[in-house]
Ligand binder design. Structure first.
Ligand SMILES: Nc1ncnc2c1ncn2[C@@H]1O[C@H](COP(=O)(O)OP(=O)(O)OP(=O)(O)O)[C@@H](O)[C@H]1O
Ligand SMILES: [Mg+2]
Length: 303
């Protein structure tokens, strides 16, 4: 593999700390999921998310109002709804990125396997390690090689890691992202030299290398062509064996192909907060939604 020099890579960053969010699986969220029993995997780390009474603000503006939602482990949950209804805002609240925006505020509760994500003393940085994110535009670190891109998060989270161990994790993450065969002979080449679809899979490898429990994806295929999109969708099906996945998409076919559950967000009119209209199994949302607004949206009659 790449990276010349000695066999030991050491970084000075803090060792991985078990946070309150790593508390034992709590009954409420965990027990709701028959899914964990469905596909046991040695690497399964998926956790359940329970959201109650969640409202999200930018200063005085309430962007999302009063969301209650159960997100199941080892399942793909799609968030759909028209532009501006708060999908990204909601997604970013799951790993405490929302509060990075100056003036942004959160009300309500959210737990990861029963542990309060917003509890006093919970380190948002640790939450972000447990809840990884993949963005709309592939964003590999431009000056870093393919190898370094995948290793970057690990080096931040682990104080000492042997080169051989790092090699192993990088390979596993790249294999997991269905990218290994395409890049194994050029690991020390810049990540930015890959195609868009490859870059997005590299970002997925980077996000999964640190072994999160949840993977958030904000329109991960919107910059990709149909072939690369299908490759990422296949990958999502693989990843759900180990992770809980929440994906925002504007592509109704993608939501119906790739997700197990779908949550439809909507806003009454511009300036109003976005609300969760309904959430159900994806087949039900697309074939038999209970709300007219959902039906209008999924059938393309929206607006
Ligand atoms: N940094 C910000 N400061 C102030 N308001 C914001 C900010 N980011 C988003 N908003 C507002 O919050 C609301 C929800 O935005 P959000 O980006 O979550 O919508 P979205 O559903 O992801 O839309 P899209 O489908 O276009 O990505 C919008 O009214 C938006 O203008
Ligand atoms: Mg968005």
């Amino acid at each position: 593999m790449k990276e010349d020099g000695e066999d030991l890579t050491e970084t000075e960053t803090p060792e991985r700390i078990e946070s309150p969010v790593d508390a034992p699986r709590a009954s409420a969220a965990g027990s709701t999921s028959p899914a964990t029993a469905e596909k046991p995997s040695a690497d399964n780390r998926a956790k359940a998310i329970e959201v109650s009474g969640l409202s999200l603000f930018y200063g005085d503006f309430k962007a999302v109002e009063d969301v209650d939602m159960s997100i199941r482990p080892n399942k793909v949950t799609a968030l759909i709804g028209s532009s501006g209804c708060g999908k990204t805002t909601f997604l970013r609240s799951i790993n405490r990125m929302h509060e990075l925006t100056p003036g942004a505020r959160v009300e309500g509760h959210m737990t990861l396997d029963g542990a309060d994500i917003y509890g006093p003393g919970v380190d948002p940085v640790e939450v972000r390690r447990q809840v990884g994110m993949v963005f709309q535009q592939p964003n590999p670190f431009p000056t870093m090689s393919i190898y370094e891109n995948v290793a970057a998060g690990l080096k931040l989270n682990t104080r000492r890691i042997k080169k051989a161990q790092l090699d192993e994790v990088v390979e596993r993450a790249l294999r997991g992202a269905n990218l290994w065969n395409e890049v194994k002979d050029r690991l020390n080449k810049p990540g930015s030299g890959l195609s868009g679809g490859q870059q997005q899979r590299l970002c997925i490898a980077r996000a999964t290398a640190v072994q999160p429990e949840v993977l958030l994806m904000d329109e991960p295929c919107s910059a990709l062509d149909p072939v690369a999109t299908l490759a990422v969708e296949d990958l999502i099906q693989e990843l759900k064996k180990n992770f809980t996945i929440v994906i925002v998409t504007h592509n109704m076919q993608q939501a119906s192909r790739a997700s197990d559950y779908t949550a439809f967000f909507n806003l009454e009119k511009s300036g109003d907060p976005g609300r969760l209209v309904e959430m159900d199994e994806t087949t039900a949302i697309f074939s038999n939604p209970t709300q007219k607004a959902t039906e209008d949206y999924v059938s393309g009659r929206f607006g």
